[in-house]
Design a protein around this ligand. Structure first.
Ligand code: PLP
Length: 431
């Protein structure tokens, strides 16, 4: 196939045979779930929306939207410092959200839950506190080839500052981590292993419990990037034994601008504060400042209270639907998508990891992913095209961009049919 200019007249949808691989899961009423997401009912470019960009951000159920609106209508005030009723209500709302996050992560200590802007900020926080305190010249930070830029660049900055080295666990051609190499790379100078639970670009699920076990056997603490793992698999910090876990609210049906860093209390206690300001102090004089207790030591300034409330509502929503039910539905949808995509001529699925969650990357002949993504958009299909903030991973695979379809609790076989139909339209244009 050779690229040529887009022509809207050529993009008319062409019907394809209906696939009957629909995951009809007993008790999982995907249409009833979809009905809770107002945006999914909005046509896009005159077509029904097939929202397959969930790895970038998920849509929000009415319960989350209402919780945020209710917070602003009924409770809004600044937290912690107020003596008035609304301030008490706002404080209670924020702290209730913290308890919900702790429960979601399987811990009963909400003081280990630090609200941040998202996964990116959580990783930077650890790099700039734990990292700065513990890493020196000649030390090593270990990441993997699967990482999102957010779990690479903060460590690179730290290594540059400290004269340390960034080491990388390689992957196989299938997109799985090479665990033998992990063992070799875990050395006496390794100060931290930072590893994703699920790759946002390939969907690879890493064997996280085993990885943590191997790192701990060498005395190396582990930060898990749960941006993609939390919404599809959840994470039990106690059972998995991680030292730090980061995730973003907006990828798990919550609002943007709020996320979580969970850390083991003993580590968090030892770490110096990161940003200075209100709320993170107990007392301040020009000579000396004493810092607040956990988690406030790491929460300088007015927090994103409405965001925390929205995240709490999102986790409630996930709990009501059931994370396991969501995961089973998404697995079935992913299988349906993989089978349907495999039948599109000249389509190449990228990677074949042992376990995949949430996302699948592919290329269509030699059509540039941006061209294909633009045409898919005209058919109401929202996918991501590009490097997915994982340039080193794509470079390892000899690529610079892919198309990525990614799924959520409300994804349907109908959306996959729409995607496949639109891919056929792309092929016709570039034939
Ligand atoms: N890590 C992974 C695996 C991601 O997929 C993303 C976002 O796509 C991030 C980190 C960064 O998340 P955020 O932009 O919400 O901070």
């Amino acid at each position: 196939m050779t690229s040529r200019a887009l022509d809207e007249r050529e993009t008319a949808a062409r019907p394809i045979a209906r696939r009957d691989t629909a995951p009809a899961r007993a008790g999982y009423d995907v249409e009833a779930i979809r009905a809770q997401f107002p945006i999914l009912a909005r046509p896009v470019r005159g077509k029904p929306l097939a929202y397959l960009d969930n790895a970038a951000t998920s849509q929000k159920p009415r319960a989350v939207i209402d919780a945020i609106r209710r917070y602003y209508e009924e409770d809004n005030a600044n937290v912690h410092r107020g003596v008035h009723l609304l301030s008490e209500r706002a404080t209670r709302a924020q702290e209730a959200a913290r308890v919900k996050v702790a429960r979601f992560l399987g811990t009963d200590d909400p003081h280990e839950v630090i609200f941040v802007r998202g996964t990116t900020e959580a990783v930077n926080l650890v790099a700039q506190t734990f990292g700065r305190q513990r890493v020196g010249p000649g030390d090593e930070i270990l990441v993997t080839c699967l990482e999102h830029h957010s779990n690479i660049v903060p460590w690179q900055l730290l290594c540059q500052e400290k004269g340390a080295a960034l080491k990388v666990v390689p992957i196989s051609d299938a997109g799985d981590l090479e665990l033998d190499a992990l063992d070799r790379l875990l050395g006496p100078r390794t100060r931290l292993l930072a590893v994703t639970q699920v790759s946002n670009a390939l969907g690879t699920v890493t064997p996280i419990a085993e990885i943590i076990e191997r790192a701990h056997a060498r005395g190396v603490p582990v930060l898990v990037d749960g941006a993609q793992g939390a919404p599809h698999l959840g994470f039990d910090v106690g059972r998995a034994g991680a030292d730090f876990y980061a995730f973003s609210g907006h990828k798990i049906y919550g609002p943007t601008g709020i996320g979580v860093l969970w850390g083991r209390r003993a580590l968090l206690e030892e770490m110096p504060p990161w940003q200075g300001g209100g709320d993170m102090i107990l007392s301040v004089s020009f000579e000396k400042t004493t810092f607040n207790a956990l988690p406030y030591k790491f929460e300088a300034g007015t927090p994103h209270i409405a965001g925390a409330v929205g995240l709490g509502a999102a986790l409630d929503w996930v709990g009501e639907v059931g994370l396991e039910a969501i995961a089973a539905h998404e697995r079935a949808i992913l299988d349906t998508a993989a089978a349907a995509l495999a039948e599109v001529p000249e389509l190449r699925i990228i990677g074949a990891p042992r376990e995949r969650a949430g996302a699948i990357s592919f290329l269509l002949g030699d059509v540039h992913p941006h061209d294909a993504g633009t045409i898919l958009d005209r058919h109401g299909v929202a996918v991501r095209a590009g490097h997915h903030c994982a340039q080193p991973l794509l470079a390892r695979l000899g690529l610079s961009a892919t198309l990525r379809a990614s799924f959520a609790a409300y994804s349907t076989p109908r959306e996959i049919e729409q995607l496949v139909r639109a891919l056929h339209a792309v092929r016709e244009i570039f034939a």
